[in-house]
Design a protein around this ligand. Structure first.
Ligand code: NAP
Length: 267
C-alpha cells in the first residue's frame, strides 16, 4: 500500500497515476489519497512505520513538517528542505524530492530538450520553483533567471542553481530559450483570459519552449499565448507524471510504465 498525504488532497490525480502504473506492471500494489490535517505530517510518517506502508507521497502542507520524523534525507530533499516522497531503505525512512528531476525527465523524454547551455527563466520562487531552479542548475543551464513577486524569495531560490542562478526581471523572458511558470498564476483561469498569464504575451517568440507547471486547466492562458506567439507550449502533466514515476521506482524497485501513467493523468 502506498498513499499521498496532504490537505486538501481528495481531488489529487496521484492515485489515478500510481494505480495505472501498478496495473500496467502487474504489481500487487494500491495507492490511496489520505487527508491529513495541517500539523500532522510527522504523525503520518509514524503511521507509515506502524502500518507498514510501502511508500508515501507528500503534498502541501506537509512537505516541510514530515522531515522531523524521517531517518534521513536524500540530497535533493536536503538542499531544498522539502520532501515530496518517502521511501524505505532497509529499516530507514528516507525523504526524497523528485520534482526537479521529474521536470528534467519530462523535458528530455517527452520533448527532447536538455537544459545544458540554455538560457532559462523561472517565474516564481515557491516550492515548485525551487526544485526546478536547482534541477536546471544541476543540468548545466547557462543562465537561470528567477523572477518573483517577492524579491527576497527570488534571491534564495536563485542560489539553488549554483553559478548559473541569478535574480532576473520579466524582460529576461524575451532572450530566454526556456520559460517555466512555477507561480500559481493561471490556476483555475479561463484559457481565454489573457490577463491571467504571468508573462506579457508580447515577450514570447518562436524558438522558445514555454512550460506551465499549472495543470488545472491543462491549457492555461500562458500556453495559449505561447502557441499564438509560435513558441512551443508544454503543459504541467509531464512533470506530474515523471516525478510520480521516480517515486514509484524508489518504492517498488521497478521503472513504471510512464505511458500508462500519462494516459491516466490526461483521462
Ligand atoms: N506540474 C507539476 O508537477 C507541479 C508540481 C508542483 C507544483 N505545481 C504547480 O506549481 C504552482 C506553484 O506551486 P508551489 O507549490 O511552488 O506554490 P508556492 O510554494 O505557494 O509558491 C507560489 C509562487 O507563486 C507566486 N504567486 C502566487 N500568486 C501570485 C500572483 N498573483 N502574482 C505573481 N506571483 C504569484 C508566489 O510569489 P510570492 O513568493 O511573491 O508569494 C510564489 O512564487 C501551483 O500551481 C502548483 O499546482 C505543479
Amino acid at each position: 500500500m502506498a498513499a499521498v498525504i496532504g490537505s486538501p488532497v481528495r481531488h489529487s490525480r496521484s492515485p489515478a497515476l500510481a494505480n495505472a502504473a501498478f496495473a500496467a506492471s502487474g504489481l500487487d500494489w494500491a495507492y490511496v489519497a489520505l487527508e491529513v490535517a495541517p500539523g500532522q505530517g510527522a504523525a503520518a510518517v509514524d503511521a507509515m512505520r506502524t502500518l507498514g506502508l510501502g511508500g508515501l507521497s507528500v503534498t502541501m502542507p506537509h512537505k516541510y513538517d514530515v522531515i522531523a520524523a524521517l531517518d534521513r534525507l536524500a540530497p535533493d530533499a536536503e538542499a531544498l528542505g522539502a520532501v515530496n516522497c518517502i521511501a524505505w531503505d532497509g529499516d530507514a525512512l528516507v525523504g526524497h524530492n523528485t520534482d526537479g528531476a521529474g521536470l528534467l525527465d519530462a523535458l528530455a523524454l517527452d520533448q527532447g530538450i536538455v537544459p545544458e547551455g540554455l538560457a532559462c527563466v523561472v517565474l516564481g520562487a515557491g516550492g515548485a520553483a525551487r526544485s526546478v531552479v536547482r534541477a536546471l542548475g544541476g543540468g548545466g543551464a547557462a543562465d537561470v533567471a528567477v523572477v518573483n513577486r517577492t524579491a527576497e524569495r527570488a534571491e534564495a531560490a536563485a542560489a539553488l542553481a549554483g553559478p548559473a542562478g541569478r535574480v532576473g526581471s520579466i524582460a529576461d523572458v524575451e532572450r530566454a530559450d526556456l520559460v517555466i511558470n512555477a507561480t500559481s498564476v493561471g490556476m483555475g483561469a479561463d484559457p481565454a483570459d489573457a490577463s491571467a498569464t504571468p508573462v506579457p504575451p508580447e515577450l514570447l517568440r518562436p524558438g522558445q519552449t514555454v512550460v506551465d507547471l499549472v495543470y488545472l486547466p491543462l491549457e492555461t492562458p500562458l500556453l495559449v499565448a505561447a502557441a499564438a506567439a509560435g513558441a512551443r507550449p508544454v503543459d504541467g502533466l509531464g512533470m506530474l507524471v515523471h516525478q510520480a514515476a521516480r517515486a514509484i521506482a524508489l518504492w517498488t524497485g521497478q521503472a513504471p510504465d510512464v505511458a500508462a501513467m500519462a494516459a491516466a493523468a490526461r483521462a
